[in-house]
Write a protein that binds this ligand. Structure first.
Ligand code: ADP
Ligand code: MG
Length: 643
């Protein structure tokens, strides 16, 4: 908090307190006419204090009015307090601005606190890079790096931008990005992702992405931009206060002016009530109306609730691109998932190999490996691991990845096919069906079938529990969409007790999502970002996991699970539900208290309950109290443990 606002609060509180005591005691002691003392001594002090406390509010109000934002909480407060001065309720007026200031301070504090929960993410940002120029090292900011620059990363340093290792090998701590606590070994030609930390050896890295396109920058942008899309509740609040505030101001004027006028007219014969106290009475109602009506607790606490929630999600390694998605997640009822890398680990292992007559197992594996040379599909990684053939890239004259089917390359001028049955069918190759359970990779070269490799992937440890929980949390229908064969898909789907569709191309998956949506289902799609971009975009909410370095995943999904776990989606879903409940609580609670207070203040004056100055104080406490309760309610999410 700035020194000046601290001074404002401290000095303002002291003077207000003294005035409060004097105001009431002078009336009691009756030495001099209390009316005179109030007017001659206390009022000027109060006016000075008022301006000392509010000059910055006036400046802010003028700025807002210039931006055509007339009915905001600041103008409301100013009108209310000036009106209070007019009826000589100046201690109350000071109290209103004072509490308004305290409320603001509290709000700043809450925002700072919730920003802290984003801090873990913001600390990912690398602040320098060691650029190698003519074998000399120069410290530059990551933004200065260009593609193909070579940088040096020493142990303990953060990877500044995404790149590829060209010299050395080391171990990376990726936990800040992926939540994975096991260190990851990387060697020459491996990609390194910005934001991770080099923990063992010096490596030389060739820059492949500018700082602005690198993973860490994108994650940071996402988190910082996530507040821009407003949720339904936030929109409701904005709309609501746009209608509500002018109505309240109108009502305030109505109650301040109309009843005393009418009563005055009817009691022309000069009855019991003096016209001064009549006016004072009703202007008081008008003022308390303005104070009570201030929508601070709403305007402040609902967006704060979502802001806090986004921070909490990032603590659990989920990046939510906007508060809207967090809110929308509540209304989804259908969950469609990709298999490889999403439900399963995506770490394939070779189970068995079948070869065609006259073909050697080793040759089969070598051809498979050559075919997969340029692929980054999880299947290709398993195959490349098992064969250590040296490939001359000049022999591969073309490479084509056929989505959902496999790869087609031209090796030594002959076509080499590695993929599933439909790839071989498309190319009119006769093959022998491999009956084993697992993903079957068929290999054909020069129109001849060489054999097939059965590889298997295992289900992630947490998938089963997570899917069960997601079902309980509102996803009534869960369906696995996979490009893999029926047999393998069935084994996995039955184990997990979910529906499935197999043998799908990426476009089929997207079509299925469209159909589901046509059935009025609200679909969340979870994929790994490799060839399911269309599905990510077409679904109501696209969630991607794994593959954190991939642009497709980052750009096309709404929620990113950095630790690759479906159980993290369970947490996000729980957070979204709690957040919604908190937002609704804040809205309903604020409105009930406020409307109650308004009714009370009208009753007071119309039934002459004589609670005049008490009403004003009630109003002040109602406003500040409600705001504080709502803010605390929002912030409590930060300390709640989500399992
Ligand atoms: P999933 O739906 O399980 O994520 P994909 O759409 O990525 O699967 O791929 C579907 C099928 O296409 C795989 O099960 C595999 O049979 C075949 N395939 C895809 N890419 C490759 C590849 N690089 N090598 C071999 N087969 C592949
Ligand atoms: Mg896939």
């Amino acid at each position: 908090m700035k020194l000046i606002s601290k001074l404002q609060l401290i000095i303002g509180s002291i003077i207000t307190l003294i005035l409060l005591i004097l105001h009431f005691t002078i009336g009691e002691i009756n030495i001099v006419s209390s009316y005179d003392v109030n007017l001659i001594i206390l009022l000027p002090i109060a006016i000075l204090t008022y301006f000392f406390l509010t000059y910055d509010l006036f400046i802010e109000a003028i700025e807002k009015i210039k931006e055509k934002d007339v009915f905001n909480e600041i103008t409301l407060t100013i009108i209310a307090t000036i009106a209070a001065f007019c009826i000589l309720e100046f201690v109350e007026a000071l109290a209103v601005v004072l509490f308004f200031k305290i409320g603001e301070t509290f709000e700043d504090f809450a925002k700072d606190k919730s920003k802290n929960s984003l801090k873990a993410i913001l600390e990912l940002k690398p602040d320098y890079a060691n650029l190698l120029l003519d074998n000399k090292e120069k410290r530059v900011s990551p933004e200065e790096l260009k593609i193909n620059d070579v940088i040096l990363i020493k142990p303990g340093e953060k990877i500044p931008v995404d790149g590829i290792i060209i010299e050395g090998s080391t171990t990376l701590n990726t936990s800040s990005i992926t939540g994975e606590s096991l260190p990851k070994d990387v060697n020459i030609n491996d990609e390194v992702i910005s934001g991770t930390i080099n923990i063992s050896n010096v490596i030389k890295v060739r820059v492949i992405k500018l700082s602005k396109d690198s993973t860490v920058t994108k994650i940071l942008d996402m988190v910082t931009n996530s507040m821009q899309n407003k949720t339904k509740q936030e929109k409701f609040i904005t709309k609501f206060s746009r209608i509500y505030t002018p109505i309240v101001i109108a009502l305030a004027f109505f109650f301040a002016l109309v009843p005393p006028l009418i009563i005055g007219l009817f009691s022309i014969n000069g009855e019991s009530i003096s016209s001064y106290s009549l006016w004072q009475n009703w202007i008081n109602v008008g003022c308390s109306f303005l104070v009570i009506s201030c929508p601070c607790s709403l305007v402040l606490s609902v967006p704060l609730t979502y802001f806090v929630a986004i921070g909490v999600c990032s603590k659990y390694k989920a990046i939510v691109k906007g508060t809207v998605y967090l809110e929308y997640l509540n209304s989804l009822n259908t969950l469609a998932l990709d298999k490889t890398g999403t439900i399963t680990k995506g770490n394939f292992e070779i189970q068995s190999i079948e070869v065609n007559k006259g073909i050697d197992k080793k040759d089969l594996l070598n051809y498979a490996c050559i075919g997969e040379h340029y692929s980054s599909h999880p299947i290709s990684l398993a195959i490349k691991e098992i064969s250590n053939i040296n490939i001359n890239e000049n022999d591969i004259s073309s490479y084509e990845s056929i989505n959902g089917k496999g790869v087609k390359t031209v090796y030594k001028n002959k076509v080499l096919l590695v993929g599933n049955e439909s790839l071989l069918k498309d190319n009119n190759i006769n093959y022998k069906v491999n009956e084993n359970i697992g993903t079957i990779v068929y290999v054909a070269y020069d129109n001849k079938y060489l054999g097939s490799i059965c590889i298997a992937d295992s289900i992630k440890e947490d998938s089963k529990i997570a899917l069960n929980e997601l079902r309980k949390l509102g996803f009534k229908e869960i369906i696995m969409l996979t490009g893999d064969n029926f047999k393998n898909a069935a084994v996995i789907a039955n184990d997990l007790n979910i529906n499935y569709k197999a043998n799908l191309l990426p476009t089929d998956k997207a079509n299925i999502i469209d159909e589901l949506k046509k059935d009025n289902k609200k679909v969340c799609f979870v994929g790994d970002g490799i060839n399911d971009t269309v599905s990510l975009v077409k679904s109501d909410i696209g969630v991607s996991m794994g593959n954190i370095g991939s642009d497709a995943a980052i750009e096309n999904s709404d929620i990113i699970l950095m630790d690759d776990k479906l159980s993290t989606l369970v947490k996000v879903k729980k957070i979204s539900k709690i957040t919604k409940n908190k937002a609704i609580f804040n809205i309903v609670f604020s409105l009930i208290i406020k409307i109650g207070m308004m009714i009370l203040s009208i009753l007071n004056s119309s039934l002459s309950l004589n609670l005049n100055s008490a009403i004003m104080w009630f109003a002040i406490f109602a406003d500040v109290g409600v705001t504080i309760i709502c803010v605390l309610n929002s912030m409590s999410l930060m300390i709640k443990k989500i399992n």
